[in-house]
Design a protein around this ligand. Sequence first.
Ligand code: 16G
Ligand code: MG
Length: 540
Amino acid sequence: MTEEAVRQITPYFPRKSDKFIQYGTAGFRTKGSDLPHVICRMGLLAVLRSKLKKACIGVMITASHNPEDDNGVKLVDPLGEMLEISWEKLATNIANVSDDKLSEVLSSIIEQEKIDMAVPATVICARDTRPSSVSLSEALQRGIQALNGECIDFGLLTTPQLHYMVRCKNTNGAYGKCTENGYNAKLAVSFVKLQNPVTDKGKYTSELTVDCANGVGANKVKELIKFLGDSLTVNVCNDGSTGKLNYMCGADYVKVNQCSPNGINLTPGMKCASYDGDADRIVYFFMGADNKFHLMDGDRIATLVAGYLKNLVKETGLTLNLGLVQTAYANGSSTKYITDKLQVPVACAATGVKHLHAMAVGFDIGVYFEANGHGTVIFSDTAEAKIREAGKNESLTEAQRKAAETLCTSIDLINQTVGDAISDMLLVEVILCKQGYDMQAWFECYSDLPNRQLKVKVKDRTVIKTTADETQATSPDGLQSAIDELVKKYNSARSFVRPSGTEDIVRVYAEADTQEAADSLANEVCKVVYDIAGGIGERP
Ligand code: 16G
Ligand code: MG
């Protein structure tokens, strides 16, 4: 069977180059033109995974915030979570094997994993708006069909919408209807239910301007708005009609450059947000009372969400263990605010959504956010059942019941499968409205510690090893103690280094009480990395 499948696809999607490609933190990602055979082969792998799991598997074609010429592919597991880590290696093997060995590798996976090839397979696929995504989606479907899998093609979707569809499909509608209208209706109904009863909205205004990175989020949010009536006005910018995908716009651009994107003329009083190219990340921004640009990143969103949920849980009287997962990049002030002021425990995970997600599952209610704006909330099955039950429990006080009902509706507003710019945006709006916050009030919750991120080129970045939370370097010898010595020279300072998972460089992060101090510390740490870890090129 594998031989026949390979015979069907290789004439059309041959492996043209020997360039090694790895399934990394966000799947395969490279130039779109290098991907046809990789994506076709992911169709084969998705079919095998579907047969193994006896469930529908998802495949998303996107390169998120990368330039328009790049593309990528990710597999999505049955409950809408990222592909199990042990299968990343299988994906890498399949992508890199020569055409004449492909059948052999497929057969060995079938044997090792004891896959019953008689089980039917279904794969849900979707793509972003990149020009190369259309033909890559065809390649994917050819791969799926070659192993007799059924393919459900949703065409254009945001990445989190695809994750949502997979979960809906495998839970027989318990999570929602497996259609775009189903997704929009679920979110919009919950949003309106949470927003409308708020009588005292304080400084809150129900209007915002969204930079959609000229990506797939633009048309999708336009569809969603139709379901919102007049409860929220969303001005959609960078909708792809004129600008180029991710070019001088989008969440990554705004976060990295700390400035407003092209296409938005930022003036005081405006509330703005940016999605990334596949709408799984969101950051907010505004111009403050000081006439300066202020970024409200994932850390800010996390504090808002954790505080809101913590209050609601308290009002229900239920005992539920709520925690927040951040990465080492989270600003020290946000961690302090959450721990001291909100009294929510904070855990630190390695960079990359799958690591945060895995740690968040350990709480009854696990909130996770990366500073770059990717994040969501996960409710354990038991927590969700308890909350839903409390919403109907006549023996509770009315206030307790109401809080439980509000929590239930919030659960429906949240895309628990993965970070979702559209769903996160609606959640932030609900919370800002309840708190009566404008952007300035939200901003004033705490002040960020000044920080700096730099990169160093080294011969082999894998010589740098870190602890699981990435806050300490365990190798090479002497690196961590050198960093510790430097940190001691500054106030409220912290610094760490880690090998990037997406680029061939070492990343350096430093924060301190002033920008000058953070800059200087980051620079000094770069020199230490260069000297101890085998720097190449000019010394920083
Ligand atoms: C990937 C990750 C992102 C992480 C980034 C770090 C996913 C879906 N994406 O884009 O979460 O922040 O890598 O990049 O997991 P780095 O390793 O180069 O610093
Ligand atoms: Mg993305």
